[in-house]
Design a protein around this ligand. Structure first.
Ligand SMILES: C[S@@+](CC[C@H](N)C(=O)[O-])C[C@H]1O[C@@H](n2cnc3c(N)ncnc32)[C@H](O)[C@@H]1O
Length: 281
């Protein structure tokens, strides 16, 4: 059994390697981890190219949704992107905030931060900033932003409750988030649960959809909505790397679902301006 720190070190190592690859190389992987075929990549990721602000250098093909499309970002907003990678969602968000807003990307992989900063410098943007840090303990002051976005990241974090607690802390009262992530309905077979590649590939770190939504509610958020949901099917050629043909057959019969969801929630505008539920008592 790995500790949370060992899991994070493994994830950081994988994404350090991925930061040095381009989108074409990552297209042969799910979440770019090298674990899955093109088919899974296509199922998990959405096409960013039509979005305003799209920056091909920042698109490593690592997402599982389009959170910025659903995030209701307004001109002048301050936006934080959790697990910002090479900056893909940050540059889309910047288009929405305009020059008067600000975008902060947070990622714990130094090579990703380096790549994102290069992408920013090349374009001369002065209102997009990338901070090295763990989203379980964000390098951001409380009540700092209007909107939080994130794309295919929370599944990689061992303690998702800490992340929702931190999101509540950094959002201004009345602020909101739109987060795309992978969740489950049912159990994964042991062979997938134990595979490091499947964890880094955004599959086996996912938790039950119901529990995910409960964590959001338990941290004080309101108006929780699933804005988009799609099923992710892992093809047999990938499953066969981890499961026997009998295990694949029985997994398919369990009815377990793997989903990409984009979920929205709000930090209440009043009576919750300090940090989290209970902290003002
Ligand atoms: C699947 S990639 C997604 C990158 C980006 N959101 C995108 O869509 O292109 C996951 C990113 O989350 C980062 N990450 C994972 N766990 C993290 C944590 N606890 N704190 C900060 N960043 C984390 C990884 O370094 C990686 O860059």
């Amino acid at each position: 059994m790995s500790t949370d720190q060992e899991i994070k070190d493994m994830v950081k190592q994988k994404y350090s390697e991925i930061a040095l690859q381009d989108k074409t190389e990552n297209q042969s992987s799910c979440c770019g981890s090298g674990c899955c075929s093109t088919e899974v990549y296509n199922i998990m990721s959405d096409d960013y190219t039509a979005l305003n602000g799209y920056n091909a250098d920042a698109d490593l093909g690592l997402g599982c949704g389009l959170p910025t499309e659903f995030a209701k970002i307004k001109s002048g907003d301050t936006v934080i992107d959790l697990g910002s990678g090479a900056g893909n969602d940050c540059f889309i968000a910047r288009h929405e905030t305009g020059e008067s807003g600000k975008v902060i990307g947070i990622d714990f992989t130094p090579a990703m931060i380096e790549k994102a900063r290069q992408n920013t410098a090349v374009r001369g943007f002065n209102n997009v900033e990338f901070r090295l840090g763990d989203i379980e303990k964000m390098p951001v002051t409380s009540n700092a932003c209007d909107v939080v976005v994130s794309n295919c990241v929370l599944n990689l974090v061992p303690n998702k409750n800490n992340v929702f607690k931190e999101i509540f802390r950094v959002l201004k009262p009345g602020g909101h988030f739109s987060i795309s992530d992978v969740v489950l309905d049912g159990n994964l077979p042991g062979g997938i649960q134990q595979a490091a590649e499947m964890y880094a590939g955004c599959v086996s770190g996912a938790i039950q959809k119901q529990r995910y939504l409960e964590l959001i509610a338990e941290n004080g958020f309101s108006n929780i909505k699933i804005q988009k949901e799609k099923t992710i099917v892992i093809p047999d050629d990938i499953l066969s790397g981890y499961l026997s043909s009998e295990e694949i057959h029985s997994f398919k019969n369990t009815g377990t679902g793997i989903y990409s969801i984009t979920v929205y929630a709000e930090k209440p505008a009043t009576g919750a301006a300090c940090c989290a539920p209970g902290c003002c008592d």
